[in-house]
Ligand binder design. Sequence first.
Ligand code: EPZ
Length: 420
Amino acid sequence: MDKLIIEGGKPLKGEVKISGSKNATLPVLAATLLTDETCILRNVPKLTDTNTMIKLLKSLGKEIDWDKDKLIIMSNGKVNHIADYKMVATMRGSICVLGPLLTKLGEAKVSLPGGCVIGVRPVDLHIKGVEALGAKVDVDAGYIIAKAKRLKGSRVYLGGASGPSVLGTANIMMAATLADGETIIECAACEPEVEELANFLNEMGARIRGQGSPRIVIQGVKKLHGADYKMAPDRIEAGTFVLLSAMSKSTFMIRDIDYQQLMALDDILIKVGVQVEADKSGVRVKPPKILKPMSITTYPYPGFPTDLQAQYTALMAMANGVSVIRDTVFPDRFMHIAELNRMGARIRREGGSAIIEGVKSLCGAPVVASDLRASAALVMAGLVARGKTEIRRVYHLDRGYENIDKKLIALGASIKREKE
Ligand code: EPZ
């Protein structure tokens, strides 16, 4: 396992290029199961999670090769409808092969993903959705077993206690592309990654409209063909670098970022006193001398994203006053608090909220990463803290941030990767 050693306090300058979107790539990769023809994906991020999904698809009958930063996905003639436990358990996103396998092969056996440190990860909405399309579903020995000769389009409400489900919407949208007739998904997730998946499916010959809105309408078709598609930049990586720029009081150019997708973050940053200049060449952040404390609550898109909550908590740890952060999507997503407090932050939990008392500075310390976005928060803290920070278990970081240490070194950070 690797660890990162960071010497804090270095000013960051220059420019960073945002990689392709992890959370769009995973369902788009799963969607290639809907055709036996060749698909080409460009600007695919080289991440642990991408590799995990590639391994899973190979076990399901795909032949996949990298050609520089292009991914060529073909069928190897084998057909397998079982996504086994050891694959799915390491990455919850694997659940999104359920819809494609079921609608293409008439059956799917997908391991239940289990929980993770950010909370219980139920799949009741995924099951509700495929049952609404006529599938017979059993849950047995840790697997979802779904069968249907031919799925039949219908109207299904996919809202849960915490609102829409991103991958639940993805699964049902994919399943509906080859179903008989029309499917209407009510309370669909509006995240840009869902929109991107729908655009890719339409490139394959699907007939989807309303993506990006709470109502998505899918007309089933007989067959889907291959497609050549370029992944959009990663919205959450981009937001992470915007928050790092503000927290490190540095200004650098962030390229390949669709800032329109970060309006909830922009709205808060203006109140914190951070200016952001965005044009077609990229984004530059103008941090203030004093960060004003601003409380936030996370919501499904277009609300403040839960995937930027840990990074924003790190920023508020340095604000001039008290702020409260509530996460309505994953109420337990606060693993980063204990580690930030080891670095001198003053944060306490109260129910589903974190109360943050800003401090003037953080001090470097040995800390342990726990999940993808918590790890990003610790890297941000280490970059601004006095002295040395050692972050262990950075495999969490490598799941979702491509070459993050190389990108930070190019910006002037003092950061080294060593074996633990
Ligand atoms: C996606 O996970 C993302 N992962 C997550 O990003 C992100 O945090 C999440 O959406 C919310 O935006 C990928 O896209 C690979 P959900 P997903 O289903 O789809 C509840 C990261 O850091 N729910 O939208 O699994 C659930 O408990 C990762 O990149 C049900 O109740 O999340 C949660 O409270 C972490 N029943 C809420 O809905 C279900 O059947 C939103 O979950 C499914 C979900």
